[in-house]
Each structure stands twice: as structure tokens, then as C-alpha cells.
Ligand binder design. Structure first.
Ligand code: FAD
Length: 461
């Protein structure tokens, strides 16, 4: 039992733990993935139960203090923390319960994808999840959720069956197709705007435990030709083939040929979730048309594929991100992309090309709040560097890349990959009609915009 003080307001009987500035665990608790973010909440309320979350929301709103929600702390904008705010820390809500017969999982609002994948894979089941295992289920799923399985299973939010939500009024409700369907619609892509999800119920599918996965690596010199070949290959590839293309800098690892270590290369991450013995045949046309310099693809645990990118995404680096959707990538666009992406300002920077299609496009366009399902490619410009002194050059280089690619972009944007780029870009993420509908739903569930530290949707006037 902890009484807590924030500013001049006081709350007694908060059932969780409260951390104040100066307390030993405070600095560690306020840190987020993006090392550029250094914010000092008035208090961090560590919640273990839904009742704790109810108490935290009631405290913040009663005291008139701003409120943030900390899921996995991976938002590049650092929206999990704000100066002087009450940080509702969900990391203690990490329960996970798989129901193999119903093929569903109940996941706490502060669970990570590594934890969820580990639990569901014990039963040979999975749902589309984040590509880096430390990412929070909460922020990723509410922003729709893109992952290697999406062409087979749809976004994470396409598999949301129900959510337990603490509203801005501090009330616990359920959102599902049958209960509060407007809220349920908005939660599937609308981000953290509508309440705090304390429990997600997600549909599971048979996947693994072995999939045919790994990475192909190509030298930067032939990258444009490889990208064209891959683009054409993915246009007719089976849905079970999840494959993202990544401009990266080759790590100094034994498996990398010595001459390319430390140099820009093109990687193709592969996650074939069909019958594992059919994976090699599915990939064969790509390997024949564009033979890789290094082939590291084999039967491996799905959980290993889900952690392939972990080493390339260390916590605490400086991060500046942007992204855009593309209906197609014509040859000219590929030349521009390759020209810039193979000359990154930092060896940690990654430019990822995610192919859409498959199950993503089979979900009715209006079924969820998610914006654009029609675009064929989702480009993620992920600027990452170690030294804050290099920020200006790195930010300029990501902005230059985005500007150069703009002529071919659809104008819509994937909100999970978007940094702080202003309200118009958030609206672009949904398109005008869905944005207007979301504003009306926001007016019902959060009329005073308590949940404003996010990709914000202001309530309709
Ligand atoms: C290394 C890395 C890899 C990534 N990979 C992918 C990827 O493969 N696919 C993809 O789609 N995105 C990816 N992302 C983006 C990621 O999905 C978003 O940044 C997401 O917001 C992170 O969620 P979080 O809970 O970790 O973050 P947080 O910073 O804790 O939360 C971000 C916001 O989400 C909301 N939120 C979080 N949890 C809850 C909850 N339980 N209830 C209500 N609101 C909540 C809050 O508004 C909060 O401000 C990645 C990000 C990183 C840093």
C-alpha cells in the first residue's frame, strides 16, 4: 500500500507501487527504447492489475495531471513518458494465458512480443507480432501490428477478439464485436487514444514451432537489380511467405564474408510459415533469379525468426523514424531508394521494405480503423545512431530519403513507424473518413482527450 504525492495532489491507497523522482528505480523506469527521449514524469504508477490501472486513471484525472501509458516503451516518439505527467506503467500486467482448444490467447496490456511468442509457441500457435521481441504487445497491436506473418494472418489487430479497457472515466469495460463495437472498431488501428487496454484476447493460428526462415544477404553493388527481382517475385509469392527487404550495414560476424563486413548490404529476411518442408521450393525462384552472396535460410524455430533483428535494435540509441506507403515501386523509384539507402549516415540505420498483400488485403477496408490496406509496399526509414552529436546529420539524411521517395508515395503512412511529424501526417495515416469517424468515437469515450500522448486523434468538436 503506497500513498503517493504528485505536485500538490495526493492519493492514498494506490494499490500498486509509485515511483517518484529521486527514488532508486525511477530513472530506469522512465527510460524508453529511444535514447533521445529524456523525460521526467511526476510519478510512475506501476500497475499489476486492472484495479491498479483504474486507480491510476482516477488519480491522474482527479488531480488534473497529464497522463501517459507505458506499454513496452518502444514508441519512437517516447509517448510512454512526459515531463510532469502521471505515467501509468503497465509492465507489471504481463500475464499470458493460452487456450489451445479455442486457439486464443489472453495477454496483459504490458506484455512483450517475446513473452507472447514464447507462450503461444509452446502450443505450436502464433499471431502476427512485432519483429523485435522487446516491443510491447499494447502499442503495436493498437497501431494495427505489422509482422512477418501478416500476409498469411493479417495484422495483429485483425486477430483481436476482445479487449478489456479502462476508459478515460476510470471505468472498466469490454470491447468486442458484441460489446461496445464502436470502441472495438477504433481499437483496431486507432492507437492508444480510446482507453488503456489491460487485457487483449487474440486469435491464434497453427505456426511452427519450426518455420523455414533466416536471411539472404546481397552486396550493395547489385541492390537495385535484386530489389526489382524481389518486387516481382513477391507479387505472386504465396501468402505463407513473409519476407522483408532491409538495407543494413553488414555486421562484423563470422558468417559475413570479410570484404563486406562494415559495408552497406541488402538483406532479405524470410519467414515461410507454411509446411516447413515446402519452404525451400517456395523460395527457389528468388534464389535462382537473384543468387545471394550469403544464404542463411533453414528450418528454425519461429521464436528465433522473431528475434533475428534483436541484435540490430539495441535499446538506448538515438532514433529518428519515418515511413510511407507505396502502391508500387517502379524501377526509377528503386534507383532513387538504392542510391540513398546504401549510403546511410550511420551503420545502425535500417531502411526496410515490407511487402503487403495476402490476408492484409482480404480484410474489408472498413472493418477496422486501420487506414490503407491497398498499398503494396510499406517503407520504414529507421534512422539510428549512437552519438547525440550526430543527430542533425542523421535526421537530415532520413528526411532527404523520404523527400526523394515522395513522388511515388501514396500519401498515407503507417502510424507505428511514424515519428513526430505533425497532426496532418496522423490524419494521413487514417484518411479523412476514418479520421472523422475516429474523432466522433473519441468524443464518446474520451471527450477531454485524457489519452493525448500518442498519435493523437482529438475528440470531434
Ligand atoms: C525496435 C522496434 C521494432 C518495431 N517493430 C515493429 C513491427 O515489427 N511492427 C509494427 O507494427 N511496429 C513495430 N514497431 C513500432 C511499435 O509497434 C510502436 O512503436 C508501438 O507504439 C510500440 O508499442 P509499445 O507498447 O512498446 O510502446 P509504448 O511507447 O509503451 O506505447 C506507445 C503508445 O501506445 C499506447 N499503448 C501502449 N500500450 C497500451 C495499452 N496496453 N493500452 C492503451 N494504450 C497503450 C500508448 O498511447 C503509448 O503512448 C517497432 C518499434 C521498435 C522500437
Amino acid at each position: 500500500m503506497t500513498g503517493l504525492m504528485a505536485g500538490t495532489a495526493a492519493i492514498e491507497n494506490f494499490p500498486g507501487t509509485a515511483l517518484h523522482p529521486g527514488e532508486p528505480a525511477y530513472d530506469q523506469a522512465r527510460a524508453v527504447f529511444n535514447g533521445m527521449i529524456d523525460r521526467r514524469p511526476a510519478v510512475i504508477l506501476r500497475c499489476m492489475t486492472t484495479d491498479d490501472v483504474v486507480a491510476a486513471v482516477q488519480y491522474a484525472t482527479g488531480a488534473g495531471l497529464p497522463l501517459t501509458v507505458y506499454g513496452g516503451g518502444h514508441s519512437v516518439t517516447g509517448s510512454a513518458v512526459a515531463d510532469g505527467a502521471v505515467c501509468v506503467d503497465l509492465r507489471g500486467l504481463s500475464g499470458v494465458a493460452v487456450d489451445p482448444s479455442a486457439r486464443s490467447v489472453q495477454a496483459g496490456g504490458g506484455l512483450t512480443w517475446g513473452e507472447l511468442d514464447a507462450a503461444t509457441q509452446e502450443h505450436g500457435l502464433a499471431v502476427t507480432g512485432g519483429r523485435v521481441s522487446s516491443t510491447g504487445v499494447g502499442g503495436l497491436a493498437l497501431g494495427s501490428g505489422s509482422g512477418w506473418l501478416e500476409r498469411a494472418l493479417g495484422f495483429t489487430c485483425d486477430n483481436l477478439l476482445a479487449a478489456e479497457v479502462v476508459t478515460a472515466a476510470g471505468v472498466r469495460v469490454t470491447a468486442s464485436a458484441g460489446e461496445n463495437p464502436d470502441l472495438f472498431w477504433a481499437l483496431r488501428g486507432g492507437g492508444g487514444n480510446f482507453g488503456i487496454v489491460t487485457r487483449f484476447t487474440l486469435r491464434l493460428h497453427p505456426v511452427g514451432p519450426l518455420v523455414y526462415g533466416g536471411m539472404l544477404m546481397y552486396p550493395a553493388a547489385g541492390a537495385a537489380e535484386v530489389l526489382r527481382t524481389w518486387r516481382d517475385f513477391m507479387a505472386t509469392a504465396p501468402d505463407a511467405l513473409g519476407a522483408g527487404l532491409a538495407f543494413i550495414t553488414a555486421p562484423p560476424a563470422d558468417f559475413v564474408p570479410e570484404p563486406v563486413r562494415g559495408h552497406p548490404v541488402l538483406g532479405v529476411v524470410v519467414c515461410w510459415s507454411g509446411p516447413v518442408e515446402e519452404g525451400a521450393d517456395a523460395l527457389a525462384p528468388l534464389l535462382a533469379a537473384a543468387p545471394p552472396a550469403v544464404t542463411m535460410v533453414q528450418p528454425m524455430p519461429y521464436t528465433a525468426v522473431q528475434q533475428l533483428l534483436d541484435p540490430a535494435n539495441p535499446h538506448g540509441m538515438q532514433n529518428y523514424w519515418s515511413g510511407d506507403f507505396f502502391q508500387t515501386l517502379p524501377d526509377e523509384a528503386i534507383d532513387v531508394l538504392v542510391g540513398l539507402a546504401t549510403q546511410p549516415a550511420s551503420p545502425l540505420t535500417q531502411v526496410i521494405v515490407v511487402p503487403s498483400g495476402g490476408a492484409l488485403g482480404r480484410v474489408d477496408a472498413d472493418a477496422t480503423a486501420f487506414g490503407d490496406r491497398g498499398a503494396q509496399f510499406n517503407l520504414h526509414y529507421l534512422g539510428m545512431w549512437a552519438d547525440p552529436a550526430d543527430s542533425a546529420a542523421n535526421i537530415a539524411s532520413i528526411q532527404a530519403l523520404r523527400t526523394a521517395m515522395k513522388p511515388w508515395a501514396t500519401g498515407q503512412v503507417y502510424l507505428n513507424f511514424l515519428g513526430d511529424e505533425g497532426q496532418a501526417r496522423i490524419e494521413d495515416g487514417f484518411g479523412p473518413q476514418k479520421y472523422a469517424r475516429l474523432r466522433e468515437i473519441k468524443k464518446v469515450w474520451d471527450p477531454t482527450n485524457v489519452f493525448c500522448h500518442n498519435q493523437n486523434i482529438p475528440p470531434a468538436p
